[in-house]
Design a protein around this ligand. Sequence first.
Ligand SMILES: NC(=O)c1ccc[n+]([C@@H]2O[C@H](COP(=O)([O-])OP(=O)(O)OC[C@H]3O[C@@H](n4cnc5c(N)ncnc54)[C@H](O)[C@@H]3O)[C@@H](O)[C@H]2O)c1
Length: 303
Amino acid sequence: MSIRFDDRVVVVTGAGQGLGRCHALEYARRGAKLLINDLGGSTTGEGGDGDLAQRVADEIIAAGGHAVANRDSVEHGERIIEAAIDAFGRVDVVVNNAGFLRDRSFAKMTDEDWNLMIQVHLVGGYRVTRAAWPHMREQSYGRIVFTTSAAGIYGNMGQANYAAAKLGLVGLAQSLAIEGRSRNILVNSIAPLAGSRLTATVLPAEVVETLKPEYVTPLVLLLTSETHDESGRLYEAGGGWVSQSRWQQSEGAYFDQLFSPEQLQARWAEICSFEHPRHVQSIGDIRTGVPERLGTDFALTPQ
Ligand SMILES: NC(=O)c1ccc[n+]([C@@H]2O[C@H](COP(=O)([O-])OP(=O)(O)OC[C@H]3O[C@@H](n4cnc5c(N)ncnc54)[C@H](O)[C@@H]3O)[C@@H](O)[C@H]2O)c1
């Protein structure tokens, strides 16, 4: 095995089952020391089985690996990172994976459905990462993965709360990729598709069985490996398929003078044509041509 994690400390949130457990076991097989976090919640975020994380840690230890369990919610990310530091003295990799669903049409969604989703997926991802960040900066090494979802990228019926939280994570990841680069902290996002108790609520049993989490785990390990150098990217993976997704911009149209909605309408097809799409790679790319035309220059950086 050439991709190894010997002496690396890896934190996987929501690692008691499903994708997180699968990632954790593979990291352990490749020499990592694991912090297995899981509060053992139900699919909708209530109650739970507090021993879930301990069982995965025990499995790793029984196979000769190193692992400690933690059952805090990701909302208390600082406790999770503290547990990793107490046990192993450092943190090299964070896989933000914990999550659950509260699917409901927007018309029926309660404030609680909305708040819980933002709180666990987005705020939880923020808190765990924020707590790990100073350690990674200090050691000039860090690898972070955020688990987003196709529902966030494309939208989905009954998942407005989940989609908003999940795409929020992509914005977080893309900005952290920029801020972390100079300290060798790489940050990427993955949108997985895998059979788990979450997808068992929407997919037939035989499909859940076929879409093994093992098809997603190699991507997470590659993105967080020592020699991998890409950051700020978004990948989709599941069932043996792996791809990269990115934003594109239509070529658009320029107006030489202030214009009316009717003039805009007249050129709408041109504005929305993707015949010559541009792949925008940074915020600086979006202003091509505008400063020159306005006879001014500007940069979209904090003043
Ligand atoms: N399975 C898929 O096809 C799929 C698709 C898109 C995104 N995802 C995302 O992948 C991640 C893993 O999903 P899965 O399918 O393996 O689900 P899963 O339910 O099998 O595992 C998620 C784990 O997260 C834990 N968890 C929930 N809230 C937590 C909290 N506040 N703190 C700590 N742990 C918590 C749960 O107890 C559970 O063990 C989730 O973020 C999910 O949204 C999964």
